[in-house]
Write a protein that binds this ligand. Structure first.
Ligand SMILES: C[S@@+](CC[C@H](N)C(=O)[O-])C[C@H]1O[C@@H](n2cnc3c(N)ncnc32)[C@H](O)[C@@H]1O
Length: 271
């Protein structure tokens, strides 16, 4: 069905079909490797040791980051609305030797707390391409709050909205920073395997200005401890990015640096 036959209000069904089809492609890709690839250096700097913590990871996909937390000594729960992704995550956690410290749940991010029976965690971790799939940051922030125990922390490690605002082929402005809703895209293949044969190709993505994300989190009661922006990303978003270190892709020296990722660390105060 062509993109013109769809409407952004179909975001959940369209995105669900897109991710269901991509999960096995990603599980077989070299992009995602075979298990956890380790936390990024800035994530480790921001969080310190996670050993012994209970961690929940909404929108965990095939568990790559979740498994990294388990490998670093945390007990983890990964949650995603794609049953295929969750099956792959469960298998990969066993292969990585952390199956006994990992639990996997199929649920929508907006139902996360109910799906986990109201359980609360030391650390709620999310991001790396998660927020752009959700239309409403206020509803999302309510779920993050409900998942975090009093005295616990929320950590968001995410692609910068500036990156979404720029054209896919060039660093020229192509989209609003203050969008009025979701945008339909025809997105065949996958960032993890551009040659993959796919049929569920229409997605709805949302740009969330940083002020919207932060305001939604402060409104539910979180206290902001750390906010950082980074001039690099973790994949070749444009062909001219340079991989200066493993998994760190930066602008070449002859182009202006722009923010490509950000991190937010917030405290849920004790009751
Ligand atoms: C880019 S991945 C998450 C990032 C992860 N760090 C990764 O790359 O492995 C996005 C994930 O969000 C999930 N997702 C999208 N919309 C969702 C929703 N409404 N509820 C739960 N999961 C959702 C998709 O199924 C997908 O697994």
């Amino acid at each position: 069905m062509p993109i013109s036959d769809h409407d952004p209000s179909e975001w959940r069904d369209l995105n669900h079909a897109w991710w269901e089809e991509r999960a096995p492609i990603h599980a077989a890709s070299t992009f995602y490797g075979t298990g956890g690839v380790g936390l990024l250096p800035f994530e480790s700097e921001d969080l310190g040791s996670v050993e012994g913590l209970s961690v929940v990871h909404p929108m965990c996909h095939i568990g790559t980051d979740t498994i990294s937390f388990a490998a670093a000594g945390a007990t983890v729960v990964g949650l995603d609305f794609s049953a295929t992704a969750i099956d792959a995550a469960r298998e990969r956690s066993a292969q990585a030797g952390v199956g006994d410290r990992s639990e996997w749940v199929v649920a929508d991010a907006y139902d996360a707390s109910a799906a986990l029976g109201g359980r609360q965690f030391d650390l709620v971790y999310t991001g790396m391409g998660a927020l752009c799939w959700l239309p409403d940051m206020d509803r999302w922030a309510e779920q993050m709050w409900a998942l975090c125990r009093p005295g616990g922390r929320l950590y968001v490690s995410e692609f910068h909205p500036m990156q979404d605002q720029l054209h896919d082929d060039e660093t020229v402005l192509a989209r609003d920073y203050f969008p009025v809703g979701g945008e339909l895209f025809d997105d065949p293949g996958s960032y993890a395997d551009p040659t993959a044969e796919t049929s569920a190709d229409i997605v709805v993505a949302f740009i969330h200005p940083l002020s919207h994300v932060i305001t939604a989190l402060l409104a539910v009661g979180f206290e902001l401890r750390l906010f950082r922006e980074f001039p690099f990303t973790v994949y070749p978003r444009w062909p001219f990015l340079e991989e200066r270190e493993t998994r760190v892709w930066s602008m070449p020296a002859d182009r202006p640096s722009i923010p490509l990722m950000y991190s937010l660390l917030l405290d849920r105060p004790e009751d």
